[in-house]
Design a protein around this ligand. Structure first.
Ligand SMILES: [Fe+2]
Length: 339
């Protein structure tokens, strides 16, 4: 088994690379660390590579880079992957920051680029856009969520932080509650990409920044229940859902096994668990516990946007309708406490 320490960057293909460079530099606030004819490397202002854009016909996220401990012997990692039955390749010049990597395909077809040593991009002291502190997580839709979780845990050393029922998994490779998500859907696709910002005031600044550029939030600000991050969502010019978040649950000590206690946690201690199918998506507003909007959302057909709290497809329409009726009935009576 490998031991992943953090996510590096996600590679995105786009039909309009100039438009996406403009979006990621001017709106998201990443720096253009390198530009080639058909490729651009974008880093945070402090020099962590976060996104690689490639000119391509379709919008996709074909590759994800993941870092193991600096100084690790990539040859030895290749042998370990071979023992696990995986065919891998050594590649060089991945990005200006990643000189060498071992690459292989995960079961849903994403190319994983494992690197051990990383060179920061030059610091950029200009102020543009939201300016996230790091690439936070990536969520994928795929048909075999359990298979993906097993692969990421058994081969890459991820740990399961939480499940929503049996269709949405949150996996960590560091203190952060999740660095990858897998959400059930028959079609494999990118679900959303998330960037961490420093604090709540940066979420507020991001809201203003997006509004000023006529980009509407598609959801939020909210505080999630699973992971407890404060989050806002919008769509980038390619239609990919982008999240900015802060205040994500932290597992400071794997042996203690609980997330650092917070006043808004449901359980004391808050340990990894399977959350019920009917766990509200968030705490604060629409679609929070017991609201008519939540009931409505649960009863929505598949066309509704899929977020942490919503089912991907009308898997159990009868159940959703029953819940909607139940919630409407309750809302006519006393207000129910959240937990
Ligand atoms: Fe997210």
């Amino acid at each position: 088994m490998l031991q992943i320490k953090r996510a590096g960057h996600s590679t995105l293909t786009t039909p309009d690379i100039e438009r996406m460079i403009d979006y990621f530099t001017r709106i998201v606030g990443l720096s253009l660390a390198a530009r080639e004819k058909n490729r651009a490397i974008l880093a945070t202002k402090s020099g962590l590579e976060a996104i690689v854009l490639e000119r391509g016909g379709a919008v996709d996220a074909p590759r994800l880079s993941l870092q193991v401990a600096p100084g690790s012997d990539l040859g030895e990692l290749t042998s370990r992957l071979k023992t696990a039955g995986l065919k891998s390749e050594r590649r060089t010049d991945i990005t200006p920051g990643i000189g060498e990597a071992v690459t292989f395909a995960d079961p849903k077809g994403t190319t994983i680029e494992i690197f051990s040593d990383f060179k920061f991009a030059p610091e950029d002291n200009t102020f543009t856009g939201v300016m996230p502190i790091k690439f936070g997580h990536i969520a994928y839709q795929c048909p075999d969520v359990k298979g993906m979780v097993k692969f990421y845990c058994d081969v890459l050393g991820f740990r399961v932080s939480d499940w929503r029922s049996d269709f949405f998994a949150f996996l960590r490779c560091s203190r952060d509650h999740h660095t990858v998500n897998f959400l059930h859907n028959e079609k494999t696709a990118i679900h959303h990409i998330a960037f961490e910002v420093r604090d709540w005031s940066d979420i507020k600044r991001a809201c203003d920044m997006l509004a000023k550029n006529d980009i509407k939030l598609t959801w939020g600000p909210i505080r999630h229940i699973i992971g407890h991050n404060i989050a806002i969502y919008h769509k980038n010019p390619d239609g990919v859902v982008i999240e900015f978040f802060t205040d994500l649950d932290q597992m400071h000590d794997e042996e203690l096994g609980f997330f650092e206690p917070r006043p808004w946690h449901q359980d004391r201690p808050q340990k990894p668990k399977v959350w019920g199918d009917d766990t509200p998506s968030n705490w604060w507003g629409p679609m929070s516990h017991g609201s008519p909007q939540h009931a409505q959302a649960l009863a929505q057909p598949a066309a509704a946007p899929v977020h942490h709290g919503l089912q991907a497809a009308p898997r159990k329409p009868a159940l959703a309708e029953a819940r909607a009726k139940q919630t409407q009935k309750k809302s006519r009576g006393k207000t129910k406490p959240r937990r």
